[in-house]
Write a protein that binds this ligand. Structure first.
Ligand code: GLY
Length: 280
């Protein structure tokens, strides 16, 4: 059993020693809780559990604490992929939802598994998901001061469970100050992908992640026989050809883990019950 989570990038403008240690502590707590949940639960349930904890923590740009778009509204995206069933589900640009990843989880059982905007909001209402204000004072002040810092956010989790099953989940408040209607990578197979061989969750600038088809490409390379590390290196080399801004975490079917970042610094942690690693 192994788990890896990420909390997006530090923005160069807002990184301080204090936020760094707060994020390190938050990731340690969340990964330990999630690992203990994993001992009695599947990979797919655990990635949802871990990402919902990250969404509830206002330090991270997903759920509570999401960035505000140019028109003053918060629109969030999240997706879930079950590596065993190969089912991908997600929501794009949902509003006023505490944990968008839970909405993506509900959609696993539907024929229409990726919903956007108004339809996703209506689906949440129909399924009895309550309205929740995810805006924090800090994000509002940032918005007012127009402290734009693209691509710093997003949270994600990849898991290998005790039955050898893999899953990935990713959730984001977007880039911040984007045009309403902009689509994030987080609810696409570029930002979140898993099968029986590998699970990957990405963070960074959605446009770059989609251009690189990053998560799906890494997983495909591992499926075709490359090691996890080589698959990451090759895919990030291709990203660097157009100076793409992205980070990713991944795990394979035998529990190898890896992360890569095009720019410093992705905020991540991994845990196998003994060895706990947190970004420095
Ligand atoms: N990766 C988050 C976004 O660009 O929306």
């Amino acid at each position: 059993m192994k788990i890896m989570i990420h909390g997006g990038f530090f923005s160069e403008s807002t990184q301080t020693e204090k936020t760094k240690s707060l994020k390190q502590e938050a990731l340690k707590e969340i990964i330990q809780k999630s690992f203990s949940y994993l001992s009695d639960n599947s990979a797919v349930d655990t990635v949802v559990f871990a990402v919902s904890l990250l969404e509830d923590n206002p330090l991270f740009n997903a759920g509570t604490g999401s960035q505000i778009q140019r028109d003053g509204k918060i629109r969030m995206s999240a997706s879930l992929m079950n590596g065993e069933t190969k089912k991908f589900s997600g929501v794009m640009n949902v509003e006023s939802i505490q944990q968008p990843i839970k909405l993506a989880e509900l959609l696993q059982n539907e024929n229409d598994r990726v919903l956007g905007g108004e339809g996703a909001n209506l689906y949440a209402l129909k399924r009895g998901v309550p309205n929740f204000n995810v805006e924090t004072e800090e994000r509002f002040q940032e918005y007012q001061q127009r402290l734009k810092s693209s691509g710093q956010g997003t949270v994600g989790c990849v898991v290998l469970d005790k039955n050898g099953k893999l899953a990935a989940a990713t959730s984001t408040g977007g880039k911040g100050f984007e045009l309403p209607g902009r689509i994030s990578d987080s609810a696409t197979v570029a930002g979140n992908y898993a099968n029986n061989y590998c699970a990957v969750s990405c963070t960074g600038v959605g446009e770059d992640i989609v251009s690189a088809a990053l998560a799906a490409k890494i997983v495909t390379r591992v499926t075709d026989g490359l090691s996890l590390k080589t698959a990451f290196l090759k895919s990030f080399e291709e990203l660097s050809e157009f100076d793409g801004f992205a980070g990713a975490i991944g795990i394979d079917a035998v529990g190898n883990i890896h992360f890569s970042e095009s720019h410093p610094q992705i905020v991540y942690a991994s845990f196998d019950g003994i060895q706990l690693s947190v970004f420095q």
